[in-house]
Ligand binder design. Structure first.
Ligand SMILES: Cc1cc2nc3c(=O)[nH]c(=O)nc-3n(C[C@H](O)[C@H](O)[C@H](O)COP(=O)(O)OP(=O)(O)OC[C@H]3O[C@@H](n4cnc5c(N)ncnc54)[C@H](O)[C@@H]3O)c2cc1C
Length: 463
């Protein structure tokens, strides 16, 4: 682990090497790079570097090694796991200005981008060619492709289309040693040995710095329809979800919002969600027009079995847009409700959804902690949101205990402590509950092989 602070001489060599415009070192300038979107972590870095070339990155890696510092790659800093909160002697390596789209290959349906390109830009670029880039984290307007790769980000469309990993065909990566690698290719199939590329996806900036990403695009679905179904209990909505999956229906999105979340959305960005319901499901079907119509009919049949209070179908793009916009502001709407709002992220097998939701409700009342829940329900990916207050130590202690119990229960049901936000700082103490000793050791040995000097984002995922 990094221990000593770099000497004044070492800092001088850093300042002398880079032009003023590419290095931030004043206390004020470092503030925005001292945290991410998690509420409870803060630590200023030593400096922030905006590299202008691979050579700059290789130089700073060498400098960090020689001067007991470490390097933290950063996109837009929207991580929800503390993964881009610096360690004490960190240089933040901001890749946000590496935001060029380098090539669109219409023949192969691929797009090559720099890591600082936003998710939205890739989606828009694909759309211009009637193509589609499905991964859509709620932060898509500002999150970067490098950050999406760092966390293997998912989103609303994960159910049918998968997550970032399913669209990454190739990565250019700089190892902590400075070695430049190109991993992957434009082929749709590749069985040549271990998939090194996949090691870096979801590695949270701990194994290498991603400098280019080759993404797969797919044809744009011709039609979409959205169902809004409301229920009088959370469990009915959860059971309806499991039944849809059990009927082998895979809509493009199947989202869940509980009463607390619906109320907050309606106060913040009214979308006409039914006021009397305890939970709603938002279900989207996309594809060929006839296939969409058939799928909607089948989904409606399943929903009817769970006594919905109401069902509406939004066929017009503007009505669909309004519903999805409301869903996408769920976190912002809840964030207004308490001084400290902690957005958590667990996934369980989809047959266990009702049981997990029951458990969250029970834990909430047992600890006297307010927990809202919204979810990428079709993926089994739940977001319990804790409405808390950092200043209230007693409450924070209860929140921590409630959270731990939720994570352990998810693991007990065969689930995971994170479906998309990663481990970072926030969850590293819980990782050992999910993996046994040997598996945990194997994770650590992968880090040791690729980053023997522990230069890249140390202290994240595990110590
Ligand atoms: C309102 C809101 C909604 C969100 N919704 C979702 C959601 O629906 N689904 C979801 O999955 N996440 C969601 N997130 C979390 C977050 O937006 C994603 O994890 C996103 O992919 C992070 O992108 P970023 O550019 O901000 O990366 P950062 O936060 O800057 O970095 C994320 C990780 O990637 C690493 N990294 C960044 N760039 C590089 C690089 N070039 N090379 C190597 N490592 C790199 C970092 O070190 C860090 O570990 C949400 C966050 C917010 C605030």
């Amino acid at each position: 682990m990094v221990s000593k602070e770099p000497t004044d001489e070492a800092l001088r060599s850093l300042i002398d090497h880079f032009p003023k415009s590419s290095l931030l070192i004043s206390k004020e300038d470092l503030i925005p790079y001292s945290f991410d979107a998690t509420a409870t972590f803060y630590q200023p870095p030593l400096a922030v570097l905006f590299p202008s070339s691979i050579a700059d990155i290789q130089w700073i890696l060498q400098w960090a090694k020689a001067n007991h510092a470490c390097i933290l790659p950063r996109g837009s800093g929207t991580s929800l796991s503390g993964a881009v909160v610096p360690q004490k002697n960190s240089i933040v390596l901001s890749m946000a200005k590496w935001n060029k789209i380098l090539e669109i290959d219409r023949n192969n349906l691929t797009i090559l981008v720099e890591p600082g390109v936003t998710t939205q830009s890739v989606q828009e670029e694909a759309d211009k060619l009637s193509l589609f880039y499905p991964p859509d984290p709620g932060s898509y307007k500002i999150s970067t492709i490098g950050g999406n790769v760092g966390h293997n980000s998912g989103g609303i469309r994960g159910l049918k289309y998968g997550v970032t990993r399913n669209y990454v065909l190739g990565l250019e990566v700089i190892l902590p040693t400075g070695q430049l690698l190109w991993l992957g290719n434009k082929c749709m199939k590749d069985s040549a040995g271990y998939s090194l590329k996949d090691l870096f996806i979801g590695s949270e900036g701990t194994l290498g710095i991603v400098s280019k990403v080759l993404l797969r695009l797919i044809p744009k679905p011709q039609e979409r329809q959205v169902i809004l179904a409301s229920f009088s209990t959370l469990e009915a909505a959860a059971e309806a979800t499991s039944a849809i999956i059990n009927a082998a229906l895979i809509p493009s999105a199947l989202e869940f919002l509980d009463r607390k979340t619906i109320d907050c959305i309606e106060q913040y960005n009214p979308a006409g969600f039914p006021k009397e319901s305890e939970a709603v499901l938002l279900i989207e079907s996309d594809g060929h027009p006839q296939a969409v119509r058939d799928e909607i009919v089948c989904i409606l049949k399943v929903l009817q079995l769970y006594n919905p209070l109401d069902i509406k179908i939004a066929e017009e793009p503007k009505d669909q847009e309004q519903l999805w916009k409301a869903r996408k502001v769920a976190f912002s709407a809840l964030a207004r409700k308490a001084p400290t709002v902690l957005l958590e992220d667990i996934t369980v097998p989809r047959s266990a959804l009702a049981e997990m939701i029951r458990k969250i409700q029970q834990i909430s009342s047992q600890y006297g902690v307010e927990i809202a829940v919204y979810a990428h329900m079709g993926d089994g990916n739940l977001h319990p949101v804790f409405l808390a207050d950092e200043q209230n130590e007693d409450l924070m202690e209860k929140v921590y205990r409630a959270m731990k119990e939720i994570f352990l229960y998810a693991i007990k049901l065969g689930g995971t402590i994170t479906g998309e936000h990663g481990v970072g700082l926030a969850k590293k103490e819980f990782l050992a509950y999910q993996y046994n000793k040997e598996e945990f050791q194997l994770l650590k040995s992968i880090k040791k092989i690729l980053d023997p000097d522990n230069l890249l984002n140390p202290g994240k995922i595990f110590d």
